[in-house]
Design a protein around this ligand. Structure first.
Ligand code: ZN
Length: 80
């Protein structure tokens, strides 16, 4: 299982967080979006395509949301 506390693996000196569902390495934006859409304290994260599938929307809509959140000054997206 990929899910759970071991979803983050060390690679070199930076931490790669993997999608909880398909194990793809995640972009900071994808982690931020998971936090924003699911739970700010989330410990399991999803890539854009898995999030899109989960919420039954397109990746394009999620990308637009990321942009909107950033323009709104959401700290989850400006910290990255
Ligand atoms: Zn995924």
């Amino acid at each position: 299982m990929i899910c759970g506390s071991t979803s983050a693996a060390w690679s070199g000196n930076r931490m790669d967080t993997l999608c909880c569902r398909c194990a793809r390495p995640l972009e900071p934006d994808e982690i931020a979006l998971t936090r924003k859409l699911i739970n700010r304290g989330a410990v399991r994260f999803f890539c854009l395509s898995c999030l899109a599938d989960h919420f039954d929307v397109t990746e394009e809509i999620l990308r637009r949301k990321i942009r909107d959140f950033r323009e709104m000054g959401c700290t989850l997206f400006t910290e990255a």
